[in-house]
Ligand binder design. Structure first.
Ligand code: ADP
Length: 253
């Protein structure tokens, strides 16, 4: 792609017509020694997944279904930081195309309050060593119609702005943004640039939110995102709680 300015992210892109899931494929490649930065893209996923095994609609030719293989030398406990980097990179890239997308912490990008992108980070680690991380990015770029069960919560860039967007251009921008933000993690063990974007573009901060965490419902006001990427919410009784991305869903926006 002529839009790519990276050193190592997306220098090798493996493009498929139809696979079960780009994350599954990326994990297979990573397991077999594929190097950091390789990207798996598919026109269609037959078994696209969100968090907790929830299915992710990935129809042919209209979306961006891709996964990036990463091998960062960081603590496995910090793996969720990669999700924040991905969210910041995708949101920035969509914004660079002139579209006002926002981030719904921790792993979704929304446009006009509906989901246009989901991010799923998966890791393989032994003891305190990361073997690899794959970050899956699913973007509803030019999808024209959604299944009945998700049509109220999902949308595409095309449906919202009214014209077809260049998937190649958007992929190029995402990989460029991703490399810049990911380098901060690898070189300085920091994600401050990503978090600044996540805070500035957050659809949650300052608003009342309903959080489902370990089957419990917490209602409160979203106050801030910490330097570790956790969400701070203040409940009715003034108590502040720190939520780690892995275990929560934000509902009823
Ligand atoms: P959550 O944001 O609730 O944690 P996930 O990130 O796990 O959800 O994503 C899976 C959910 O996203 C599905 O249960 C479904 O409701 C919704 N979904 C599935 N496919 C799409 C899609 N292409 N675009 C937007 N939302 C989708």
């Amino acid at each position: 792609t002529p839009y790519l300015n990276t050193e190592y992210i997306g220098r090798k892109i493996l493009h498929f017509d139809s696979i079960d899931s780009t994350n599954i494929k990326a994990k297979e490649f990573a397991q077999r020694g594929e190097e950091e930065g390789t990207v798996i893209i598919s026109e269609e996923q037959t078994k696209g997944r969100g968090r907790l095994g929830r299915s992710w609609a990935s129809p042919k030719g209209e979306g961006i279904w891709m996964s990036i293989i990463l091998k960062p030398n960081i603590n496995p406990m910090d793996a969720s930081k990669v999700t924040q980097i991905g969210a910041a990179a995708v949101c920035n890239s969509i914004n660079e195309m002139g579209i006002d997308a926002l981030i719904k912490w921790p792993n979704d990008i929304v446009l006009n309050r509906k989901k246009v992108c989901g991010i799923l980070t998966e890791m393989s680690a032994e003891l305190n060593i990361i073997n690899y991380i794959v970050i899956g990015i699913g973007i509803n770029a030019n999808i024209r119609k959604f299944p009945e069960d998700i049509k109220d919560m999902a949308t595409s860039l095309k449906l919202e702005i009214g014209n077809t967007i260049s998937r190649k251009k958007l992929v190029g921008k995402i990989l460029n943004n991703f490399e810049e933000l990911y380098n901060e993690l690898v070189n300085n063990n920091s994600i401050s640039k990503s978090l600044n974007i996540c805070r500035k573009k957050s659809i949650l901060l300052g608003n009342k939110v309903k959080i489902i965490s370990r089957n419990q419902e917490i209602i409160g006001k979203a106050i801030d995102i910490t330097n570790e990427g956790e969400l701070i919410i203040e409940t009715e009784n003034g108590k502040r709680e720190k939520l780690i991305s892995g275990e929560v869903s934000v509902r009823g926006l």
